[in-house]
Design a protein around this ligand. Structure first.
Ligand SMILES: *Cc1c(COP(=O)(O)O)cnc(C)c1O
Length: 369
């Protein structure tokens, strides 16, 4: 048995180690300290936003943004049916109702026409996910007439109309989980140009108080701060943002070239969008997908089927006013292959060889039928 190849892995170097050691020896290890501010400034610079608030996770970032926009019980928030579940979960956490919307077959992001049909008097926001690094269609989503939250958790380095992912919508969020392109281990960020909204997010995530007036709690806040220790790691990562993004895109391109002759596709791209890559996504039919994932896992490669559509999960399916056939079709026919920024050509070649063997076995067994 060969060693297990993970689905993803963080790309960490000596600067990350130096920063963490420095934060540790300084004694500033909680949610106050110089690395937090420096990390926030570095993220703002990459995203082209006026403000970044570093927080404890991407999911927490979504909850704080919803709370800061005043979204709560009685409100509806439109979310895509195909995504990691955090956007729908965050809507539930603040007491509002997620409304599941299908994705578009042109790019697999929130379908603006389908979303328009779901807007009601209670719709108080829409969360668009830059799925697998592909920015949603923000110019069309802007005309929905409700606040747009960009979930750029998977889209570090993606570009749309010359602007970076994370710069769209009224406010955006990032995740810096260890499997994302830029990581702090666990962590998240909220980015916006709206100073009042940024202040509100910071207030809500800092016990409901401001740095200027300790113990004066204006609202019942929570503690969602990123630690200085975490931000130290994040700053080193943010300084190599471009390199980390480029590494994953290179892996994505190599996989694409290697898989095409095997009859396997890649995800669609909308004209005008320049997606980045979170994980390389293989597109095939549901039967081939399931068999390929099992074959790769037997070969000690952590390939995975993409998430079930939210319309297929018992906890969320009641939130879909209409069916979401595109989300379900994509969910059933796609799989992820191991992807990280410094994955080697040999590692990619190993995965491709196992995929080729799997596809060949499938052909042989189909012929026997
Ligand atoms: C990873 C992810 C999140 C959640 O981020 P965490 O930091 O893991 O809480 C939210 N939305 C999307 C689309 C994600 O991929």
């Amino acid at each position: 048995m060969s060693v297990w190849m993970p689905l993803s892995r963080p790309t960490l170097g000596p600067q990350e180690e130096r920063n963490v050691a420095d934060a540790l020896s300084s004694g500033w290890i909680s949610g106050t300290g110089p690395y937090v501010e420096r990390f926030e400034a570095a993220v703002s610079a990459h995203v082209g936003r006026g403000h970044t608030v570093a927080v404890s996770s991407g999911t927490t970032a979504l909850e704080l943004v919803l709370a800061a926009l005043g979204v709560g019980p009685g409100d509806e928030v439109i979310v895509p049916a195909l995504t990691f579940a955090a956007p729908a979960a965050a809507v539930c956490t603040v007491g509002a109702t997620p409304v599941l919307c299908d994705v578009s077959s042109t790019d697999w992001t929130l379908d603006p026409a389908a979303a328009a049909a779901l807007v009601t008097a209670r719709t108080s926001a829409v969360i668009a996910v830059d799925l697998l690094g592909h920015p949603a269609d923000y110019s069309r989503l802007a005309s929905l007439g409700v606040p747009v939250i960009e979930d750029a958790a998977q889209a570090h380095g993606a570009v749309l109309a010359g602007r970076p992912a994370g710069s769209f919508g009224d406010i955006s969020i990032f995740s810096f989980h260890a499997n994302k392109a830029v990581t702090t281990g666990e962590g998240g960020g909220v980015c916006t140009d709206d100073t009042e909204l940024a202040d509100r997010v910071r207030l809500l995530g800092n016990h409901g108080m401001t740095a200027e007036r300790p113990y004066w709690h204006e609202v019942a806040g929570r503690n969602a701060r990123m630690t200085n220790l975490t931000a130290a790691l994040g700053l080193a990562q943010a300084e190599r943002w471009g390199e980390l993004v480029a590494g994953r895109m290179r892996a994505d391109a190599r996989y694409g070239i290697g898989l095409a002759p095997l009859g396997l596709g890649t995800r669609p791209v909308r004209v005008g969008a320049s997606p980045s890559c979170w994980l390389h996504t293989v597109v095939t039919d549901p039967g081939t997908r399931d068999l390929l994932v099992s074959a790769l896992r037997r070969a000690s490669i952590d390939a995975r089927a993409v998430w079930p559509a939210l319309t297929e999960l018992p906890r969320y399916r009641g939130f879909a006013p209409h069916t979401c056939p595109v989300a379900e079709q994509v969910s059933r026919s796609c799989a992820w292959l191991p992807t990280w920024s410094d994955i080697t050509d040999e590692e990619i070649a190993t995965v491709l060889a196992e995929v080729a063997t799997g596809v060949e076995e499938l052909r042989l067994s189909a012929r026997d039928l």
